[in-house]
Design a protein around this ligand. Structure first.
Ligand code: AMP
Length: 400
């Protein structure tokens, strides 16, 4: 079965073609700067253990044009990996917000599309672009089944005590205001890998996704019981450009006393805060470099970033009443040795230890980095959201 995975953003389309169930990747790519004169298409083909990269820069007016360029590459006489587009059985779409309506991967019908549209207010930056990707793919891959995989779905198993906010009841019942959580596809994938590694499906696992966006989840028996992001993706951990948890009074202070508009505050908290706001850099590699050069601000930001993770670890150990494994994943989690070291330091009381030598090993594989004999496993598990989407599409169709 060939499954084409699409992650459609406001000005980009990321894609990957899988052969399932082998999970073999035939090609992948990215169309960036859609709507610009100098849009960039990067297409990678994987054949015989080799990777060939094609790039082009040209005007690409809209998502439809972008995807038809990809379509031509897929079946191109020279570089194509398919004879015909009809060979694609499923197109799997990443959809950021599924609200309470979608707790699982779902075949896309007209009704499902209407529901995704109704969720636009909950994810105004993402769902409209995801929706556009669906509409365009339906035209281009007209023979394939279209399937939606929601970032929020994995978190739908949270109990009300974890997802409700202590605000008047009607805001939940009339408007759906509650914590939904994000990065669900990643949390699900790495928690699954960790449980498999532990050979313990019922394991209590805390997954720490540290990328540009950062979030944590408490998982038991493969189900999410709590997560750090909320109604939107700003809550919880300190991120590249987002503040994470702050006292709501900050917003009122800025608006009422300092005259900022709500839009300005939104932009500040989403795009100008987090590590960028604290240090001027949002890439952890630049921050580490600044620390090495003696930048005290960068050191403080790093301390704040890791301290916040430690606090959530404590909270989630309490929520789970125990712990089998802590999992680090995504750009920072998989690569930043020091972040893992600082998070795990002085956590022996909770069973969390780190073997410094194992932690310093760089690898693309799942690895265990706790001390020998520790009661809690500390794991680095590379995430693969595209593969998880393909896998969920495959399982959905196989079950039908
Ligand atoms: P992601 O959202 O998972 O793609 O992660 C992107 C982030 O990972 C970047 O903004 C970097 O801060 C971080 N990152 C990537 N590579 C490294 C590395 N080698 N060391 C530290 N951080 C890294």
């Amino acid at each position: 079965m060939y499954i084409f995975v699409i992650n459609s953003g406001s000005s980009s389309i990321k894609y990957q073609l899988f052969e399932m169930p082998e999970a073999r990747v035939l090609c992948s790519g990215l169309v960036e700067r859609i709507g610009h004169e100098n849009a960039v298409l990067t297409h990678k083909i994987y054949k015989g253990g080799k990777e060939d990269i094609l790039t082009s820069t040209e005007p690409i007016n809209d998502h439809g044009k972008g995807l038809s360029k990809v379509e031509k590459l897929l079946t191109d006489a020279q570089v194509g990996v398919l004879k015909s587009l009809d060979e694609i059985d499923v197109v799997g779409h990443r959809v950021v917000h599924g609200g309470e309506r979608f707790a699982a991967t779902t075949r896309i019908t007209d009704d499902v599309k209407k529901d995704i549209q109704q969720l636009f207010p909950l994810a105004p930056l993402h769902n409209p672009s995801n929706f556009l990707g669906i509409e365009v793919a339906e035209q281009i891959f007209s023979k394939a089944s279209q399937v939606a995989v929601f970032d929020t779905a994995f978190h739908q198993t949270m109990p009300p005590k974890a997802f409700r906010y202590a605000i008047p009841e009607e805001f939940y019942s009339n408007l759906g205001i509650r914590a939904y959580g994000f990065h669900g596809t990643s949390h699900k994938y790495v928690a699954g890998k960790a449980a498999e590694y532990l050979q313990k499906p019922e394991a209590k696992i805390i997954t720490i996704h540290l990328g540009n966006g950062c979030s944590m989840s408490a998982v038991e028996n493969g189900q999410c019981v709590d997560t750090s992001m909320g109604l939107g993706p700003m809550n919880g951990l300190i991120m590249g450009t987002r503040s994470g948890d702050i006292d709501q009074s900050v917003i009122f202070y800025l608006v009422n006393r300092e005259g900022y508009s709500l839009d300005e505050v939104n932009t500040i908290l989403n795009k100008k805060s987090g590590m960028l706001g604290l240090t001027g850099y949002n890439d952890m590699r630049d921050i580490t470099k600044a620390i090495d050069e003696g930048n005290a601000n960068a050191q403080m930001a790093y301390d704040m970033y890791t301290y916040r993770i430690k606090k959530y670890l404590g909270a989630y150990i309490a929520a789970l009443n125990g712990l089998d494994a802590v999992v680090f994943t995504a750009g920072v989690g998989e690569n930043d040795i020091k972040v893992r070291q600082m998070v795990c330091q002085n956590m022996e009381y909770l069973g969390i230890t780190l073997d410094e030598e194992k932690n310093a090993v760089r690898s693309k594989n799942l690895r265990e980095i706790n001390k020998e004999g520790a009661s809690v496993k500390v794991l680095v598990v590379p995430t693969n959201e595209e593969l998880e989407i393909a896998r969920q599409c495959y399982e959905l169709l196989a079950a039908e």
